[in-house]
Design a protein around this ligand. Structure first.
Ligand code: PGA
Length: 252
């Protein structure tokens, strides 16, 4: 595998309930990873905490948002633009998370968001994943189409600004993660889809896994899954566990 910087992203979703807690978690993570060398860490809090946390970014801990809108400005009630995010020191954006897809976000909207984000030099964390890991392998076509749709008209020169987060929907919020061998199979498949789209340059795209990653399974998935890191929900709100997972990834 080409040597790309490893990546661990914390998706806080609509948590924690107070800014004080958000600052505490971010501070603990920042202190905990100060000796981490090879791994980029991205915290994705709710929009309203981005500005108060904008002192966090350092080389190893960066800020990301959980969504964005693709227009630059105007009458779009409730939306936030890429440039507004970048003023809060946000350099990553999670796009197309299954919880947003479930609320009606379409492949076309996801593609517009990916183009807006990469065009402005921020990194798009593009979430893909099947709802059911069926026996017939239909999930492969589903994931392939999600990738092709999300990256439509994204040029080769912007690929450094793309991360693919493979998150089987059935594993998100679940007790058990996907077995490492299956993660490996999907990572290879995604790599092939990307190579078919972009040729060898696709090897510059990091592929991370998300769905029930915790301190017990992280080592196994990173060793056997051959991914560049993780997208983590619940465990990213527990600074101690999150830091432990980051260290596992960093040392692997
Ligand atoms: P989880 O969530 O780690 O709590 O399963 C992952 C995600 O939604 O990105």
């Amino acid at each position: 595998m080409k040597k790309l910087k490893k990546l661990v992203v914390g998706n806080w979703k609509m948590n924690p309930s107070s800014l004080a807690e958000a600052k505490k978690i971010a501070g603990d993570v920042k202190r905990g990873v100060k000796n981490t060398k090879k791994t980029q860490v991205v915290l994705c809090p709710p929009f309203v905490y981005l500005y108060p946390l904008s002192g966090v970014p350092r080389t190893s801990v960066l800020l990301g948002s959980q969504n964005v809108f693709y227009e630059e400005a105007g009458s779009y009630t409730g939306e936030v633009s890429v440039s507004q995010l970048s003023q809060c020191k946000t350099s990553f954006v999670i796009i197309g998370h299954s919880e947003r897809r479930a609320m009606g976000e379409t492949d076309d909207q996801i593609n517009r968001k990916v183009r807006a984000v990469t065009h402005e030099g921020m990194t798009a964390i593009v979430c893909v994943g099947e709802k059911i890991h069926d026996q017939h392998g239909d999930y492969l076509a589903i994931v392939k189409k999600q990738i092709q749709d999300a990256l439509r008209d994204v040029s080769k020169k912007l690929l450094d600004h793309v991360v693919v987060a493979y998150e089987p929907v059935w594993a998100i919020g679940a007790q058990d993660a996907m077995p490492a061998e299956d993660v490996h199979e999907m990572a290879l498949f995604i790599k092939k889809v990307l190579r078919d789209m972009y040729g060898i340059l696709a090897d510059g795209i990091r592929i991370i896994y998300g769905g029930a990653v915790n301190t017990f399974n992280a080592q196994h998935i990173i060793d056997g899954g051959y991914v560049h890191g993780f997208l983590i929900g619940r465990e990213s709100l527990k600074a101690k566990n999150f830091v432990e997972i980051i260290k596992i990834v960093d040392l692997s």
